[in-house]
Each structure stands twice: as structure tokens, then as C-alpha cells.
Design a protein around this ligand. Sequence first.
Ligand code: FAD
Length: 550
Amino acid sequence: MTDPLDGRRAQAFPTLTPAQIARLETHGTKLRTRRGEVLAERGERFSKMLVILSGSIEIVRPGMTGEDLITVHQPGGFTGEMSNLRGLASVVRARVRDEGEVLVIDEENLRAIVQTDAELSELFMRAFILRRVGLIGSQQGDVILIGSHHSADTLRLQQFLTRNAFPHVSLDVESDPDVQTLLDRFQLAVDDIPVVLCRGELVLKNPSNEAIAACLGMNPCIDDATVRDLLVIGAGPAGLAAAVYAASEGLDVLVIETNAPGGQAGSSSKIENYLGFPTGISGEALAGRALVQAQKFGADITIACTAIRLRCERKPYEVELSTGRTVRGRAIVIATGAEYRRLPIENLSKFLGTGVYFAATHVEAQLCRQEEIVVVGGGNSAGQAAIFLSGGCRHVHLLVRSHGLADSMSRYLIRRIEQSANVSLRTRTELVGLEGDSRLERVTWRRGSEAETREIGHVFLMTGAMPNTGWLAGCVQLDDKGFVRTGTDAQIDDRASAPWPLRRVPHLLETSIPGIFAIGDVRCGSVKRVASAVGEGSVSVQLVHRVLEE
Ligand SMILES: Cc1cc2nc3c(=O)[nH]c(=O)nc-3n(C[C@H](O)[C@H](O)[C@H](O)COP(=O)(O)OP(=O)(O)OC[C@H]3O[C@@H](n4cnc5c(N)ncnc54)[C@H](O)[C@@H]3O)c2cc1C
């Protein structure tokens, strides 16, 4: 197997200079080590960084067939990767190979270093990110997803692990020869799949995202009793931006995310209009960087956790979570975005993930290589999906209800569609039927009175979104489509909702309740773009400061 860190090992495992070690010494305590001593165990929370002063430490990844050696840290080397910064469970084991001495730097000091020492911050952050990239790319380890590409839950689990950048091995019952041995070993039947082997011991049959997150220690320990300066609900571009700016400006921030950081943008194969990325960036990469940035500044981020109710009658505001817990904040930023609109086709949900998709990333692209596919929608996300997927698919049929794309899609995308030999634009055409047994096999579309059925097994629905505001019921004012009203749009003399209690009018982005803000796609009148979501995240934090000072 090729080394996922090919050419970048020196950056992933740099050696600190004596001057750098001297700077670190004021932040840590020295510890003698003994040969064979395990200093960090995979699956257990270990948020300290160890700088090797003498002796050596080996880093191994326990797998189903023993340990895989990742590296041996010599004097000047240091342990750690992304999970250290978040206080999450370690994904590797650190064991003393040659006894000696280490400098132990705890989470608080590590964070202080990455926030204040520019040189070491760059060195550590780059190393931590590359080490995580190496772990993901190595396809080794004891977290194994056994599934089938015919199963929607397999796709859900794969997306959850991938979008949370969790290193795992993915095996398909239909194509991987090693699967039967594993199924036999754990006494599993093919009907049990998808299955996640968690830490090589615990078998989770078709687990929920919450169950995997709990088993793999993907969340930090959160103290419910603490009243946060700011609760950010939703970790799409808007929520992540709010978290980065708030944490970097010294606020105590907790982010709650139902699935994985990145939101809708995380499912975009390539964002080409976000400032600073002239060759484009995948939503996953953008989200990954933003997450690291938020963690660097000390924001707490909880994934696989849904806000189910906002209690806004008194301060501090309370948010009830799907885990049964309640968190409290002096200010709240609502950044729950929107959800894809489904088509009124009776059996649509039967094929979700088994032929019908709402995202067009590399994960989905792998499923339909060299096949004929359908993309539905006339907006930019549909255009991007069509162009991206046309790179690997035999043919893309782009179905739009209107008579053309000019009113709904950016000009550059329209041009690319026109120039693509394997993309057919089908105007005034609607998808009306889906057929298949265990997965999608045929689709029917209609243009006027003419219906056509084709042997097509992959449909990408890019048809707009509805706001995720069900959890706000009875609190902030919503418009007739369910988007949150803010600023001058929030009708503070509206008799249907509680009267605005302050002499000042609501700030820009502030809802009808003081100190509760809404940003990004969930906000009424917002521009549905990554850049605007990020911008609103940043602006909202300035307004949160003002409210906290009131
Ligand atoms: C396929 C696709 C391609 C796109 N391409 C581009 C592009 O190229 N350029 C561009 O500018 N824009 C693009 N967009 C639009 C852009 O992604 C969105 O405008 C942007 O993501 C909005 O950010 P947001 O943070 O407001 O909301 P979202 O991205 O929707 O994020 C909201 C987050 O909140 C979470 N959430 C929802 N409810 C709850 C709850 N109750 N509790 C906890 N968490 C919750 C969700 O899981 C989600 O992670 C694209 C969109 C899609 C779907």
C-alpha cells in the first residue's frame, strides 16, 4: 500500500529544536518513563502531548491482526494528533520503547501554545492534521464497517465516519474476500449488516450515529452545569464560523451538531466560488479545516447530538438535546441550516441511499462510476453535481422543470454543462417514477404528456431545501416557510409572539428574542451561499459581544 503521507513524513513527524523545547518546558512537567509503559491507550481519553527529551516512544495502531507500527518518536519528537486538541479518545497506543524522560503538556497548556506561539502553532497543527490524514489513508485499524453498497444504512455510516474524519476500514460483503472470515469470527449473518466493529471487540449492528460516536469516544466530556457564553446550534459553515470567531475572541462556546461538521457544504464535491480557493475546495476539506480552527481556539464541539427544543422564557436560555441532556447559554446562535426538499414520489424513501442521493461527493461518485445517472434540479448545486459526476459517469441527464437554467444557475456552470458531451439538459421534464427491488433499477421522467422509462440506478436530487426550525417551536418568530426572522424582519409588535422586552430594536441577525441570533441558510432572506453563511457567523459574534455586555 502507498504511504498516505508520501513526501510529507518530515512535516508529520518533525524534530523540535533545542530552542523550541526550551520554550515548551515552561508549559509542562517532566516525567521519567519505563520501557514497555503504555502512556496513552487507544479508546481512552488522552489530551496531553508528550515531548520526548530522552529515550523513545512507539506509536502503534491496534488492528484485528495485531499492532501496526506508525512511528517511533525519538528525542525532539512529540506525540499527538487532532483528537488531543478536542480531548477525545485516542485512536492510537503510545508505548515507551527506550526508557528516558518526557515533557508532559496538558490540554490547557497545549491550547495556550497553539494560540500564542505562532511558530510552534504552525508546526503542531500541521503535524496533527497530517497524522490524522495518515491514519485515515492507511486503511488499518480496529474500527471496521462491514456493509453493502446496496444498503442505505451502510452509506449513512460511511458518510458519518468519513465526514467526521474518523479513521476506519470499510469492507463490502459483495466484493471484499476477507469479509466472510470476519463475519464467521463474530458470528454474524449477512442479514446483520451494516455492522461496525468498534475497537475490534464490540459489535454494533446497524448502529445509530449516536451509538457509534459514544463507542468511539468521538465527543468531548461536556459539563452540563456550565452556563456557556454562547451555544451554537448547527456546525455548517455558518455555525463553524461563529464558533471560530467566538472562541478566538475569548468566549466560552459549545457547538451542537446533529451529524457531522460541514452541513450542506460538507456534501458539496467542489465549491468554486468561495473566496481564496481559485481551484475550488471540496466541502469536506473546507469543513475539516474550519473544525480544526475552531478546536485550536478552544470551542467545544459535540457531534451526533440534536437540539430538540429551545427554552427561551428566561435567561440563561436552555437547549434540550436528543441525548436527554440540557445545555445552557447566555446567548444562542441558531445555525441549523436547511434540509433537502424531496420529490412527491411515493416510494422515494425506499431508495434513499440505495440509488437516490442528496449529495454528490466522492463517496457517491464511487457508487455510480461508468453508469448513466440522473441529476434533478436547476440551481447551482445541481449544476455542480452534474459537472462533477460527468467526470466519472457514462452519461448525466440533468432534469429541470423550467424551460431553462438562466434564471437559476450561475453562468459559468451553464457554460460547462453546454460544453460537456456526456451531460444532457432535459428542460420541462419531471422525475415521476422510481422502480427496483433492493435498490433503484429504473426511473421514469415525463415531459408534457410523454413519459420515458430508462434503466438508471442513480438519481441525485438537488432540488432545494427546507429550514431546520422544528426545534424552535413557540420561541422565535418564523416566516410562512419556517425560516427565522431577524433584525428588521422580526416583527417585534407582532401580537402572536411575546413582546420584545427591550428599548432597543433587534440587532441585525438577532431574532425576536434578545440574545438569540440566526445565521446562514436557516435565516429568512439569507443568501444561500457558503461565503454569506461564514460572513454571518463572523458578524453574529460581534453582536453576541454587545448582548453579553448589556
Ligand atoms: C450539494 C451542494 C453544493 C453546494 N455548493 C455550493 C457552492 O459551491 N458555493 C456556495 O456558496 N454554496 C454552495 N451550497 C450552499 C451552501 O452549502 C449553503 O448555503 C451553506 O452550507 C449554508 O450553511 P449553514 O451553516 O447556514 O447551513 P447548513 O450547511 O445547512 O448546516 C446546518 C447544520 O446544522 C445541523 N443541524 C440541523 N438541525 C440541527 C439540530 N436540531 N441540532 C443540531 N444540529 C442541527 C445540520 O446537520 C448541519 O450540519 C451548496 C449546497 C449543496 C447542498
